[in-house]
Ligand binder design. Structure first.
Ligand SMILES: *Cc1c(COP(=O)(O)O)cnc(C)c1O
Length: 473
């Protein structure tokens, strides 16, 4: 592809992108293809000779697009959103064009220095107190693993890296029963053993019971084990429950245990001063992660990891082979030592484009609008009388089920709601997912897609009512 063709095709691709976004509502939100359907359409062998760009684009539309689930569709209410936005996409195109591998300062000084600056902006934007430093990771899973590894090294005087964990009394991690699966994964990868993850019970709002945490730590100390790290979740994946951070922080300080906060989804909400009461106690926290790639209009991947003690982080991950030494090392940040991979994408650029394009107030307005939409829908559902709200609405995730009058708890009720979810998703107009809360089958509706407006919520509500009534028979 020469420069003239590149220019021509690039314009064509941008038109494709704008057309896609303008007409996205005409597509089924969740891809309806069967397993293997896409694979079977792809040639068994790679092409020996280069193919025409127009043929590739035609196959993109013909073969690939039917197998795409449209996360930027305004009817996307599933999981948590992975919002993109026009400025973010444009920055990502530039990142790909530069093709810079930003592992150390010298491999692109602007990438390192912009990252330092936008992470400082983000910290201010969510009201983090002074004393935290930030770094961009690929995902919250990686950030949480980094937190547990750093806690492990600091606790063992960096002996675990040197000698392994042999001979250590068991190191114990604590999290609630509503915690994300990435915590268990991190405990396993860090070599601590899954049996040393304590699952702390939750209260009626699905938040960790601080007294039970304190008791569990006490019991481990008594048994000669080493309490290592507590993971507090702000905004659990099941129901966006908020663990009581101030109480947990007090326990962690008194017990001298690392406190990591997983605010993967909810972190963006702390751009709103009226939501920051959930952050009370954050000045005691050792590390915190949240994902601009979920709710903050920055396309996947971009996870913001904040630490109070960057030295401990760097000491945990530092490597310095001869071929990576540079004269600037003592004066600059080499982010390769702030996480697990050596190679790093230039992710700060899209964050910079997003924050500058929307401004803090513009981003706040988006968050407030979506939270108001979900409050209205909750009120509508409650007024209907046939739907149950199964968890407090703390942000914009509505947990509910259809429960016709007189229908008892049990398998029939679960199965009614399973069918409701299936038929809703089959309409192609919207996409919801489910969870279980107190063992009960629960539909989750997250109102956090950038393009979702009031009319989409009205459509969703109409579909939910209609299908629920038809299932009731
Ligand atoms: C989404 C989510 C995660 C995982 O995020 P990744 O960036 O995909 O690793 C972790 N914790 C919570 C609470 C989440 O909602």
């Amino acid at each position: 592809m020469d420069s003239k063709q590149f220019r021509e095709y690039a314009h064509q691709v941008v038109d494709w992108m704008a057309d896609y976004l303008e007409t996205i509502e005409s597509r089924p939100v969740c891809s309806p293809v069967e397993p293997g359907e896409i694979f079977a359409q792809l040639p068994e062998n790679p092409p020996a000779k280069g193919e025409d760009f127009q043929r590739i684009m035609a196959d993109l539309d013909r073969v690939i697009m039917p197998g795409i689930t449209h996360w930027q569709h305004p009817g996307f209410f599933a999981y948590f959103p992975a919002n993109s936005s026009p400025p973010s996409v444009l920055a990502e195109m530039i990142t790909a064009t530069l093709g810079a591998q930003c592992m150390i300062w010298q491999t692109s000084p602007a990438a390192a220095e912009l990252e330092e600056r936008v992470m400082s902006w983000l910290g201010q934007m969510i009201g983090l107190p002074d004393g935290f430093q930030g770094v961009i990771q690929d995902t919250a899973s990686t950030a949480t693993l980094a937190a547990i590894l750093t806690a492990r090294e600091k606790r063992t005087g960096y002996a675990a890296n040197r000698e392994g964990l042999q001979g250590q009394a068991p190191l114990v991690v604590y999290a609630s029963g509503e915690t994300h699966s990435s915590i268990e994964k991190a405990v396993k990868i860090a070599g601590l053993g899954r049996k040393n993850l304590r699952v702390i019970p939750v209260d009626e709002a699905f938040a960790m019971q601080a007294a039970a945490l304190d008791a569990a730590i006490g019991a481990d100390l008594e048994a000669g084990r080493q309490p290592l790290c507590v993971v507090a979740t702000l905004g659990t994946t099941g129901s966006t429950a908020m663990d009581p951070l101030a109480d947990i922080a007090e326990i962690c300080r008194r017990r001298k245990v690392w406190l990591h906060v997983d605010a993967a989804y909810a972190g963006s909400a702390f751009l709103l001063p009226e939501m920051r009461h959930f952050l009370k106690g954050v000045e005691q926290v050792d590390s915190l992660v949240f994902n601009p790639h979920k709710w903050l209009l920055t396309n996947f991947d971009c996870s913001a990891y904040f630490v109070r003690d960057p030295e401990a982080l760097v000491r945990t991950f530092e490597i310095l082979p001869e071929y990576l030494k540079t004269v600037a090392d003592s004066a600059v940040k080499n982010y390769r030592d702030w996480g697990i991979p050596l190679g790093r994408r230039f992710r700060a650029l899209k964050l910079w484009f997003v924050i500058r394009s929307y401004g803090v107030e513009g981003l706040q307005a988006v968050l407030r609008r979506q939270m108001a939409l979900s409050r209205n829908l909750r009120d509508t559902m409650e007024a209907d009388g046939r739907f149950e709200i199964l968890a407090p609405l703390s942000l914009n995730l509505l947990c509910f089920r259809f429960r016709p009058a007189g229908m008892p708890e049990g398998e029939a009720l679960d199965s009614l709601n399973r069918r409701l979810l299936e038929e809703l998703n089959n309409t192609g107009e919207l996409y919801l997912t489910h969870t279980r809360l107190r063992g009960q089958y629960t539909l989750r509706l997250v109102c956090g897609q950038l393009r979702t407006e009031e009319r989409h919520i009205e459509q969703a509500w109409a579909a939910i009512r209609l299908i629920a009534e038809s299932l009731q028979g």
